[in-house]
Design a protein around this ligand. Sequence first.
Ligand SMILES: Cc1cc2nc3c(=O)[nH]c(=O)nc-3n(C[C@H](O)[C@H](O)[C@H](O)COP(=O)(O)OP(=O)(O)OC[C@H]3O[C@@H](n4cnc5c(N)ncnc54)[C@H](O)[C@@H]3O)c2cc1C
Length: 402
Amino acid sequence: MPPPRIVIAGTGIAGTVTAHGLARSPAEVICLERSAAGDQAEAGTGLNIGPNAMTALRLYLPDLAGTLAAAGLPWRRWTAALTDGTPLLDLDVADLAGVPGLRIRWAELYRILRRGLPVRYGCEATGVVRQADGRASVRVATPAGPEIIRDVDLVVAAEGRYSRLRRLIAGLSQPRHLGVVMYRTLWEAGPGCPIDDYGQWFNGPNRLLAFRVPGDLVYCAGTFPLEPPDAPVPAAMKDAEILRGLYRPDSGPPSREAGYLIEGVARHVDTIHWARVQEETILYAPAGWPVVFLGDAAHPMIPTLGQGATQSIEDGCSTADAIRAALASGAIAAVPEAVEARRSGRARFALDLSRAASDTLLAGADPIEGTREKAGPDFRSALVRLYRDVDPPLAPVHQPGA
Ligand SMILES: Cc1cc2nc3c(=O)[nH]c(=O)nc-3n(C[C@H](O)[C@H](O)[C@H](O)COP(=O)(O)OP(=O)(O)OC[C@H]3O[C@@H](n4cnc5c(N)ncnc54)[C@H](O)[C@@H]3O)c2cc1C
């Protein structure tokens, strides 16, 4: 019998973590990546990875966890203030979680996660069909022309938010817009930069969020309300002076941190990545297909709690674990349902909490009351659950040198 064949479409975060978890497993694992080797064009900013992802990695892939921790900076605190400097919140994330999260450049995260994997770059999964025997055939556009990979026992569709395979299998789903514009950018910290660990600065519902990442860089994400919620981002907002006006306090000059960020955003307005905050129906296991969706393909996250990449890491860990268990028992066809059972409640909880925590970003929101509530026992215990309730593995996978 040939070994079971697994195709991983997309080597962003969920796909690579799954592939690492399958290292030295008996399966034949084929990793397809649309972008060319070394092309980081889609990963230009920074990320804060929640402590729950670091806990998952320590449990499932301890060597990879160590490599990532060494390449990033610890995310220990979450502070919030008004842009005039009035303090609102100071949460000890590392204490709530038991471990710190991670601040890292997105491109560096991809580079580390892809290292050592047999990634076929420049290869885009363009279609999937069910074979009569219940397995799948995957159509691939490669630099050498079209190709069909047949007799695939399991397709791991981890191609991100605009997953082509999800669209083909489950159809276009209607995103639900929250009514918030989010833009992100990264710049050199420069001398005297006052930004270090994760902080937020509010002027009404308009918010700046920033933290330092390795390489002496500052990652900054700004938000402001959007009405109606599904409107396109107004072109007029993509202007340095308009953006300054969103965050300048009426009561006087901005704090040193807020002033630094306001001017940084204005200087980098041309390189900003713009998006609208939206969510979609969670879907891991499409009925009747030997396919499992992971990461943003399964559940585009509302970004408020930094759970997008974080839940993708949890997905990858649990999925590799479920596949290894299925390889041992010969029940690989049951993997999509097993992943759905292990992951959908957890992803739902992370998504619901992220939406609830976005209350301060909506039109008419009161950031003072909304942020102070986050210091209260209800929100803190929800965070403890988010940060600590990680699906335990059957067995960790050791990869010296990962
Ligand atoms: C600017 C920005 C900042 C963010 N900041 C944070 C943050 O601070 N914290 C956080 O937790 N999350 C953050 N997120 C969200 C986070 O990046 C995503 O949730 C996460 O990358 C999803 O991981 P994934 O593995 O599902 O998909 P991705 O990381 O998007 O990876 C998908 C991969 O699939 C490849 N691909 C796509 N289509 C195909 C195909 N058909 N065939 C083969 N390959 C394909 C892509 O090239 C890519 O490599 C941010 C997102 C953006 C846009």
